[in-house]
Design a protein around this ligand. Structure first.
Ligand code: ADP
Ligand code: MG
Length: 248
């Protein structure tokens, strides 16, 4: 799906003809040292950056150069390396906003005056509750996001991405800054997104233990180049990967 993608910023090649494919229904990890190009790759996939050359396809659709909302409408949702929720709004409102982006102007701007808009809002509200329960944040629905522990906020962010009913979920460092217990909970949630919902996952992650535990396949970037690609056990033993990680 990512084919020969190159991204150049002034004087710097952040991605150099990178290719990889996320198999349907799999957890695919994108790893590499700081500055390797992982976030740039996510930004290209989600339409935030435009590739200098190369193409991105998903489910038969050409995503290359589409705007973020068009990419989302085609079934690709993402989270960010740093939490991008509205801290003063409740979990429910943050999730409804995720839903709003899915439906376009729709049920919020209709002001709930029309019976059809009211029915829509009820339907979306019910789906938001289902997704919150699935992500283990059902109890937190009435709570302003900023008051929740960090680990719970990260699960809310994942829930918000699920509210867009994606077929591919891009997770940028979902366990960064978490303690051991929170990491295990997030790993279990990611696996159940794949197993219960059948959503494919592309994951940027620094925690190697986590990658080895939950990824079906791994692509390794270093200085914008793909240096390895394959099952986690093989990639972990690859001499070039070892060298990149030891910073030699
Ligand atoms: P990673 O997520 O693997 O740490 P990034 O994709 O964030 O790496 O960055 C890859 C390289 O591209 C870095 O050298 C970074 O400084 C550069 N870079 C990323 N975004 C921009 C940008 N918007 N403008 C200029 N350089 C950028
Ligand atoms: Mg990054």
């Amino acid at each position: 799906m990512v084919s020969e993608v190159t991204v150049r910023f002034a004087g710097l090649t952040a991605l150099d003809a990178v290719s990889f494919t996320v198999a349907p229904g799999s957890v695919h990890a994108l790893i590499g040292p700081n500055g390797a190009g992982k976030s740039t790759c996510f930004n290209v996939l989600s339409g935030v950056y435009r590739a200098t050359s190369g193409s991105v396809r998903f489910g038969g659709a050409e995503l290359t150069s589409l705007r973020p909302h068009r990419v989302a409408a085609l079934g690709v949702a993402r989270t960010f390396q740093n939490i991008a929720l509205s801290p003063h709004l409740t979990v429910r409102d943050n999730l409804m906003l995720g839903r709003h982006r899915l439906t376009g102007a729709g049920f919020v701007s209709a002001g709930l005056r029309l019976p059809s808009a009211r029915r829509e809002a009820v339907r979306h509200g019910a789906r938001v509750e289902e997704i919150a329960a699935f992500a283990g944040v059902g109890e937190a629905l009435p709570v302003p996001v900023g008051l929740l522990p960090y680990g719970v906020q990260k699960r809310v962010e994942l829930a918000r991405a699920l509210c867009m009913e994606p077929r591919l979920l891009l997770l940028d460092e979902p366990v960064a800054g978490m303690n051991g217990g929170e990491r295990r909970e997030m790993a279990a949630l990611i696996q159940s997104v794949r197993e219960s919902l059948g959503i494919s996952i592309l994951l940027v992650e620094h925690d190697m233990g986590m990658v080895m535990r939950i990824a079906d396949a791994v692509t390794v970037l270093d200085f914008g180049r793909r240096i390895a690609d394959g099952p986690p056990e093989a990639v972990q033993r690859d001499p070039e990967v070892v060298r990149a990680y030891l910073g030699d």
